[in-house]
Design a protein around this ligand. Structure first.
Ligand code: PLP
Length: 394
């Protein structure tokens, strides 16, 4: 028996900690890039559960792989070897030029891992006192005590004192700003190549190239937080492939397993063995069911699929810009990671609420709108989404 929307909301308000500002919608099931509430009302989904459900809802090979793996082996711990995660690590390395993988469960946790890796790389080589990581203003790296502090937005550095030390912040796309906070105590620079929560802001290609060179010169690790940009979202398997660089380490999470909790750290050859026995671990990491799901994601998002992601992103942006809506400015982004600027005087959260009321799920980011549709979204579903924008916002 499925609850009604009203019952789900009442029970949630009574028993679940009130940490999220939720929209007034309950979801029961999905199909393709469409979601349905318990009463059967349809929503076109341009959110993918915040960049997670890259194969949409009810994708049969994904459902089958999970079902079969659940029957075979659900979990066994990292004290033993299993096939799905070993294969997944191999594929990720072969498709990126990375050399080794550590599997975890969520984005913040993966970023904790990459921070530990950077500090240990430096400690092993130079000893204590070289542990500072430079991150960018307007970034977002997670909700743990350390990754909140890594996040370059002062409003997140509140309530939970004391925070982890050893972070400094520079402006995106400015080598001058970066050099002004550099020093002998720095071991790494951590960036999102397209800032997600901050407002879908792609870094300048020239800046990223210069950053790669500077990190090489000073033996700083270049760390890419690809929690949101990874796994095909930007039209390549990872955004760093759009920038033609190899970071020293990169994290992934959201879309990696198509809707099951999984994340990880990938290390380039010079960092492949930094985290050795006893230095890092997590009980659920490399879970066989999550890994089996992630293998389907990897099989599905081949090079041809990624080309389609770019074509769909270009089409959706062009259709939205052609509407000439009074509330929207220009669009930007990469692949199916799309930001829309708000015109002067319009509020992104108000527009999001109106679209959601009208049956179109969208996200906000920074001062603008953010669209992260399932990567399998069809032209028909995109056209329906654009028609809802036109009808609601004209
Ligand atoms: C979502 C996100 C995180 C946090 O991931 P969780 O799975 O929520 O811990 C970290 N970094 C970036 C860039 C993200 O988009």
């Amino acid at each position: 028996m499925t609850m009604t929307s009203a019952e789900m909301k009442a029970l949630t308000h009574q028993y679940v900690m009130n940490t999220y500002g939720r929209f007034d919608v309950a979801i029961d099931h999905g199909e393709g890039s469409r979601l349905y509430d318990p009463e059967g009302r349809e929503y076109i989904d341009l959110t993918s559960g915040i960049g997670v459900t890259d194969l949409g809802y009810g994708y049969q090979p994904w459902v089958d792989a999970i079902t079969q793996q659940a029957k075979k082996l659900n979990h066994v711990s990292n004290l033993f070897y299993t096939e799905p995660s070993a294969k997944l690590a191999q594929i990720l390395c072969q498709r990126t030029g990375m050399s080794s993988v550590f599997f975890a469960n969520g984005g913040g946790e993966a970023n904790e891992g990459i921070i530990k890796l950077a500090r240990k790389y430096s400690f092993d080589k130079y000893g204590e006192g070289r542990a500072t990581i430079i991150t960018l203003n307007n970034s977002f790296h997670g909700r743990t005590i350390t990754t909140l502090k890594a996040t370059g937005q002062p409003r997140f550095h509140n309530h939970f004192f004391p925070f982890t030390e050893g972070f400094r912040y520079a402006d995106a796309n400015s080598m001058e700003s970066l050099l002004s906070v550099a020093g002998d105590d720095v071991c790494a620079v951590m960036v999102e190549l397209v800032q997600g929560e901050g407002g879908v802001l792609p870094l300048d290609p020239d800046y990223v190239k210069a950053l790669r060179r500077l990190c090489d010169e000073r033996d700083w690790l270049l760390l890419a937080d690809e929690v949101q940009t990874g796994v095909g979202r930007t039209g390549k398997l990872f955004a760093f492939q759009n920038y033609d660089i190899l970071p020293d380490a990169a994290t992934f999470a959201k879309g990696i397993a198509g809707g099951l909790p999984m994340s990880g750290v990938m290390a380039a050859p010079k960092c492949r063995d930094v985290l050795g026995p006893g230095t890092h671990a997590t009980t659920f990491g490399a879970n066989p069911i999550c890994s089996a799901a992630a293998l389907v994601v990897q099989e599905t998002i081949n090079d041809k699929f990624l080309e389609e992601v770019n074509a769909k992103g270009a089409y959706l942006r062009q259709q939205i810009e052609a509407l000439n809506l009074p509330c929207f400015g220009k669009t930007r982004g990469m692949g199916l990671m799309i930001g829309i600027e708000m015109a002067e005087g319009y509020s992104n959260s108000e527009v999001a609420t109106r679209l959601i009321d009208a049956g179109l799920l969208v996200l906000t980011a920074g001062p603008g709108m953010r669209l992260l549709p399932p990567l399998v979204i069809t032209k028909e579903e995109m056209d329906k989404a654009v028609a809802i924008m036109k009808a609601t916002l004209s």
